[in-house]
Design a protein around this ligand. Structure first.
Ligand SMILES: [Zn+2]
Length: 274
């Protein structure tokens, strides 16, 4: 799943690759792709985006927004975004495809569910998109120590760290994947209650949220995710599925996995004591 380092990278790559390109055709909801959308509004993608010229792209949390005049295509959780050069083979399955005046194409593919919307004049009320747009990004100076302390103070003390930091999108674009590495480096267990965090741990978490997300972004995302061209990012994830049976990259203790809150958590029992 795309998180802030990947959406920021893909938005930059869309700006660099597609700015000035005219959208000639849009094919939405390709019949060979079985998908369940969070949005049922994919049918309006051709109407909204057809004949428009791409003039930018931005990342808002875990969303990438492609801009074309007054129109926008919003691609979020669960969507794989890929560029196909003129003449390159295009995938057989996709949920939406934009074809450009130079023969290039952009496809959006969804595995089980995905957030894919098209709208005019930023007239879009998806609550997660709105929050991601309005909350300070951890990649900016607006996300400072005071803001982080206010987020913690505003959450229930009985809440656990994972739920507060990745479960509510209070920190735009920080999801389970990036958080796993941050918590390992901070030495904080994902199930730890907010009330049990001491000042030094809060300090470490704040510093690492900023520095790890910035590092992941500077390196073009994590190596567990693909960029606009399908290449893995340059940040080597410390905790990922392939490493689950392996040792902790910090101390060598076997990584533990537990089911938690309808998903699972991975952690080092030694670096991140309960
Ligand atoms: Zn460890």
């Amino acid at each position: 799943m795309m998180e802030l380092p990947e959406t920021t990278t893909i938005a930059r790559q869309i700006r660099e690759t597609l700015t000035g390109r005219k959208i000639l055709h849009v094919i939405a909801a390709h019949p060979t792709q079985q998908t369940t959308f969070l949005s049922a509004a994919v049918e309006n993608i051709p109407v909204v985006l057809g004949e428009k010229v791409v003039d930018g792209a931005h990342a808002f949390g875990s969303y990438v927004r492609l801009n074309a005049g007054r129109a926008a295509l919003l691609m979020g959780d669960g969507v794989t975004i890929r560029y196909h050069a003129p003449g390159a083979e295009q995938p057989a399955r996709y949920s939406a495809m934009l074809e450009f005046d130079d023969g290039a194409a952009l496809t959006c593919s969804v595995q089980t569910y995905g957030a894919l919307f098209a709208f005019l004049n930023d007239d879009h009320e998806n609550v997660y998109y709105r929050a991601a747009k309005e909350m300070p990004s951890p990649l900016t100076d607006a996300f400072d120590r005071a803001w982080f302390e206010a987020l913690l103070a505003g959450a229930k003390p009985s809440m656990n760290v994972k739920a507060m930091m990745a479960g509510q999108q209070a920190i735009p674009g920080l999801g389970d994947g990036c958080l796993q590495d941050i918590l390992l480096l901070a030495g904080v267990h994902p199930k730890k209650k907010l009330a049990k965090l001491d000042a030094a741990q809060r300090d470490k978490l704040y510093t690492l949220i900023k520095s790890v997300l910035a590092d992941m972004t500077a390196k073009g995302g994590r190596d567990t995710e693909g960029d606009l061209f399908g290449r893995p990012g340059g940040y080597k994830a410390l905790l990922n599925k392939a490493l689950l049976k392996g040792p902790c990259p910090r101390c060598g203790t076997p990584i533990a996995k537990q089911s938690f809150m309808g998903g699972s958590v991975c952690f080092c029992p030694s670096c991140q004591p309960a």
